[in-house]
Design a binder for this molecule. Structure first.
Ligand code: HGY
Ligand code: MN
Ligand code: MN
Length: 416
């Protein structure tokens, strides 16, 4: 049995129209009207495929195909929210590959002992609202729904308001419950978002786990002053101090090669006027590592660098202040052996070459793995580029990953 690769590709291209950008990417930010339209389309497709669709109170969508026995579901899914310069495949592939598994089982009239569920998790990207992987984290009990509902975006709009605005404040309490217990297994298909598989010319990535992450909100305070009359030695230039911190983040990550990662991706400069010395900068730091000790070292080095930068800038007007707050974090995660083997065995049965790797990106599977055995399936993406409108993947790879997903899920759900 094989999925219909063309149908999966066509669904990906159709969903990509919602929030499609000139450069061929997708901008469908979490809980915007476009996210709502994408959700409506996915829910329609799930219902057309005979799934019972439910929405929980953080907006997670679950499409359930009944099994013949009352067993924990074998689930799959990912997210359909994107980065501002996102692509067609990040997240969307995992949700639609799950839908394609259901459509294929229907085509072949295959019944499974365990129910099959397809999930679309809320706000995986964390670009508009933190924390990242908000929906899956709430389902897994890492966050409380009521704490997430009040999370604001930069304009002060809250998750709760925006869920209601798009009609996805569900009634089902987030998380495993008597009616819908924790899944028996969870599989997530995703593009690798890095160069490893493409460089090795390998079709399937057997994902062993994911890097741990620590996200920080940073506020650098100096003093606004006139760009002309203020002598250089007298300045408390918050943007200059921030530039030094950015260089330190890069140096810290390089010192933790090969698995250390450090990124400064967001910045607000105040007053952002070309002839005023910046008095305040809000920015972020994203640190990642394969092991917890490495994350600890990187965090300690970040704080030490901030202290040195601030301490090194004092004038008769005062000094630079650097305030660092931990915004969200999760430790490195290892996926569960039996599910990883189900992926490996499915790829072997399909005679697809595989390579084992660790994910540099966070995924919903990382939080779902807190509640049930989970694993991921990676396929290559063009030049390893993602979180970029040029993100692309080969149709045969997308299809191959879908077939591995189908057979890994069947192995765990039991074919009747
Ligand atoms: O940041 C990440 O790793 C994911 O794209 N949310
Ligand atoms: Mn993703
Ligand atoms: Mn992403």
């Amino acid at each position: 049995m094989r999925i219909d690769g063309q149908r999966l590709w066509d669904s990906l291209m159709e969903l990509a129209q919602i929030g499609g950008t000139e450069k061929g990417g997708v901008c469908r930010i979490a809980l915007t009207a476009l996210d709502g339209q994408g959700r409506d389309l996915v829910c329609r497709w799930l219902r057309e495929a005979g799934c019972e669709v439910r929405v929980d109170d953080i907006g997670n969508i679950f499409g359930r195909r009944p099994g013949t026995e009352d067993l924990p579901a074998v689930a799959t899914g990912s997210h359909i929210d994107t980065q501002p310069t996102g692509g067609k495949f990040d997240g969307n592939y995992g949700v639609l590959a799950g839908l394609e598994v259901v459509r294929t089982l229907n085509d072949h009239n295959v019944k499974t002992r365990a129910p099959i569920e397809v999930c679309a998790w809320t706000n995986e990207e964390g670009t508009r609202f933190t924390p990242v992987m908000m929906g899956s984290g709430t389902w897994a009990g890492v966050f409380k729904s009521e704490d997430m509902w009040v999370r604001p975006d930069l304009e002060g709009k809250t998750v709760g308001q925006e869920l209601a605005a798009i009609g996805y404040s569900g009634t089902v309490p987030a998380g495993p419950s008597a009616g819908y217990p924790a899944f028996g297994s969870y599989f997530e298909a995703h593009i690798e978002q890095g160069p490893v598989l493409e460089d090795a010319d390998i079709t399937i990535g057997v994902v062993l786990g994911a890097l741990g992450q620590r996200w920080f909100d940073v506020e650098v305070t100096g003093m606004e002053a006139h760009a002309g009359p203020t002598p250089m030695p007298l300045r408390l230039d918050a943007l200059l101090a921030t530039a030094r911190l950015i260089e330190a983040v890069n140096r810290i990550a390089l010192s933790e090669a090969p698995y250390g990662r450090g990124t400064v991706g967001f910045m607000q400069v105040h007053p952002n006027s070309r002839n005023v010395i910046p008095g305040r900068v809000k920015t972020t730091v994203d640190l990642r590592h394969l092991d917890a000790a490495g994350l600890e070292r990187m965090q300690a080095a970040l704080y030490a660098a901030a202290e040195e930068i601030a301490g090194g800038t004092r004038t008769r007007l005062g000094g630079i202040k650097i305030d660092i707050k931990l915004a969200t974090q999760f430790p490195p995660c290892a996926f569960e052996g039996e599910c990883v083997s189900a992926v490996r065995n499915a790829a072997a049965a399909l005679e697809l070459p595989t390579l084992e790797l660790v994910s540099g990106a966070g995924h919903d599977a990382v939080y779902v793995a807190r509640k049930c055995p989970a694993a991921m399936i990676f396929v290559p993406c063009k030049d390893g580029i993602s979180h970029n409108e040029v993100e692309d993947a080969r149709q045969d790879h997308i299809e191959a990953g879908g077939n591995v997903l189908l057979h890994a899920m069947l192995a765990r759900a039991g074919r009747v």
